[in-house]
Structures are given as C-alpha cells and as structure tokens.
Design a protein around this ligand. Structure first.
Ligand code: MG
Length: 355
C-alpha cells in the first residue's frame, strides 16, 4: 500500500483504492471472519446485517463544517441513514458521538444540532444515545461527528424481493446488496453528480464558480422505500459518496462479478459542475455525492423505476445510465464521440475531507 514512510496519509480516507487497501489489509484482517453474521464486515457493503438488524457506523470530518447547501450535522444524519437505506432497510434509531474542538462557538454547535434535528425529522429517525468529548485546539476544524444507526426490514423490501423473484427464479438473497447484479440488469442514477464535492471544495478554497454550486446532501430513505414498495425489482443500490460514481460502479462490478457499460450522454452533470471540474482538472466521475443513489434493477422494471423517480424532487433528473453485462469485466463507458473508455477505480477522491 502507498503509506508514506509507513504512516497514514490523507489518501487513506479518500474512498479510492488506497483507502480500500487500508480497510482490507488492516481492518478486515483483525475484525473480519465473524460467524453467524448475515452480511459481514468482509462483504464491505454500505452496512452490515446482524440477524434482521442493519447496523452502520460513520464518522464525519467534513471541512469546513458549514458549506453551501449543508453542514456537518445534516451530513452526519444523512450519511448513516442512506447507508442503512441502500440495503433496503428502514433506519429508525441513531447514536451520535461528538468530538468538539476547544474554541468552537456554542452558537455554531447549536446550529449543527438544529440541522441534525431537522434532518432526523425529514428522515423519520431519532438520535437516542450518544457521547460528547472535547479536544485541544488543532486541526479538527470545529468538530467531528460519529453517527451510528440501526435499520429494520419493511413490507416494502419484502414486496421488492417478490417482484425480483418474478424475473429471477433462483434469487434467494434477502437484502439489496452490491453483489446481487446479474448481466442484463439496468443501472440507474437518481440525479446529477459532483455537486457535493464541488460545493465543499468551493468553501475550502474560497472559490466561486459563477453560480453557487450547492451540496445535494439529504436523507434518501423515504424515496428508497417508495421505489421498493411502488415498483420493486431492485437488486443493488449504493450512494456514490467518496470516490464518486467511478468508485461505486467498480464496487458493483467487482462484488457482482459482472461488467458494467454506461453511456456518457446519459450521465446527468450540471453545466456549472462540469465547467468547474474542467477548470480545476477534476474528473466529475470521481467526485463525491451525498444525495444520490445508483440503482441496479431487473431490466423489466427499469422504466417504471425511472418514471417514478422523475416524479420526485430528489429524482427528477434521474436516468438509466447503463447495464450490467457478461461481455467484459470492470466498468466501461460508451463515449459521446463513439469510443469506449475504461472507468477505473480512482486512487482517491480528488477533494479531501468532503464527508
Ligand atoms: Mg455508502
């Protein structure tokens, strides 16, 4: 692994190949292999499943703690809620651990708490236990927040699985997992990519891109439950956070052992995000998002999922961006000029501390 002189670098937290190697070579090495866990640590999915409880822990160290379109509190609630929701579960209780930095204004702390309360109300969850620690002034940037949470099975998830089985008779999996894709499944993206990473970067660097690019950070659990219950047929889901669309699609491809072919002209990107990425030399496919989902669905239900998404405010710019295929391994993109480009797993998200 690329540890500089055997030490942790910022890349180890950037959601790409360097972070994945740290997790696999160190964390899974010591904590993996537990028996009787339905979806264990080594599945490296968005959350674990223990019995019928979905369990997730997520620390948030975004810098700065307030950014266009959101703040660390909204991010902390949404991040954990969404990681539970993409397995098909309904999140219902969260924990919250604060590490506050000496010197943080109490008014800022309260602003974060108000934002967390509001985001919990949006998602229909509650924070039920937690912890508060304070450290000396340094480089925290005000505070870091850990949120953990539990989620449970719903009727919507059962209904979704019944629909999947109509089209795939041997489907025995009880959860929506990264490893469930089969050749022929369609891949949908719920909206524009890159907004969150660019919004945080603009706040970090004091950049202005003409129009203000706002973070998309939001809880998506209610939307996901609607997709599962009103249409169904969903087999895999992921929120493309650090490492962006490129990292998330490669996770699908590796874990499901299928190729994924996407169409460049179908990927929704805001014109100002595209222009800012070009100016800064960033690949929008590798920039993190906090309010988007990638959905793998049986091909017979893809159009209905798209139609429902388009009626919602979170999904009005959704597109069917591609499909899983047995023709090759990895992720490739049909470009607008007619060629094919490999979408490799990024080394790390190009923007540091976005979540
Ligand atoms: Mg996730």
């Amino acid at each position: 692994m690329t540890a500089k002189n055997g030490h942790i670098t910022m890349l180890h937290g950037a959601g790409g190949t360097v972070m994945h190697e740290l997790v696999k070579n160190y964390i899974v090495k010591y904590f993996g292999g537990a028996s009787n866990i339905d979806v264990p640590l080594e599945a490296l999915d968005d959350a674990a499943v223990v019995g019928d409880v979905v369990l997730k822990s997520d620390s948030h160290a975004v810098k700065p703690i307030f950014f266009p379109g959101g703040d660390i509190g909204r991010l902390a609630v949404s991040g954990t809620v969404n990681d539970i929701a993409v397995l098909g579960a309904e999140p219902y209780a969260l924990t919250c651990g604060f590490v506050l930095e000496e010197g943080l204004a109490v008014t800022d702390f309260e602003r974060i708490l108000v934002s967390m309360r509001e985001t919990c109300n949006e998602a229909g969850v509650n924070i039920v236990t937690g912890d508060t620690k304070v450290v000396e002034k340094g480089s925290l940037g005000g505070c870091i927040i850990n949120t953990s949470g539990i989620g449970r099975r719903t009727k919507a998830l059962e209904k979704n699985l019944t629909v999947v089985k109509q089209f795939r008779s041997n489907f025995e999996v009880r959860w929506i997992l990264d490893s469930n894709l089969k050749a022929g499944d369609k891949i949908l993206l719920s909206g524009t990519i890159g907004d969150h990473g660019l919004a945080v970067l603009s706040a970090q660097e004091g950049l202005s891109f003409g129009s203000e690019i706002k973070s998309d950070v939001k809880p998506l659990n209610r939307l996901i439950q609607r997709l599962l219950s009103d249409v169904g047929g969903i087999v895999a889901m992921k929120d493309p956070t650090r490492g962006g669309l490129a990292d998330a699609l490669n996770e699908f491809s590796e874990k499901s052992r299928v190729g994924i072919l996407i169409q460049e002209d179908k990927i929704p990107i805001r014109a100002d995000v595209r222009a800012a990425c070009e100016m800064l030399g960033l690949d929008p496919f590798e920039v993190g998002n906090e309010g988007k989902i990638i959905i793998g669905v049986v091909k017979e239900k893809a159009k209905e999922i798209l139609e429902l998404l388009k009626t919602t405010k979170e999904g009005k710019e959704a597109e069917i961006i591609g499909e899983a295929t047995a023709d090759f391994k990895g992720v490739a993109m049909q470009t607008v000029v007619g060629g094919k480009r490999i979408i490799a797993r990024p080394v790390g998200d190009p923007v540091p501390r976005i979540c």
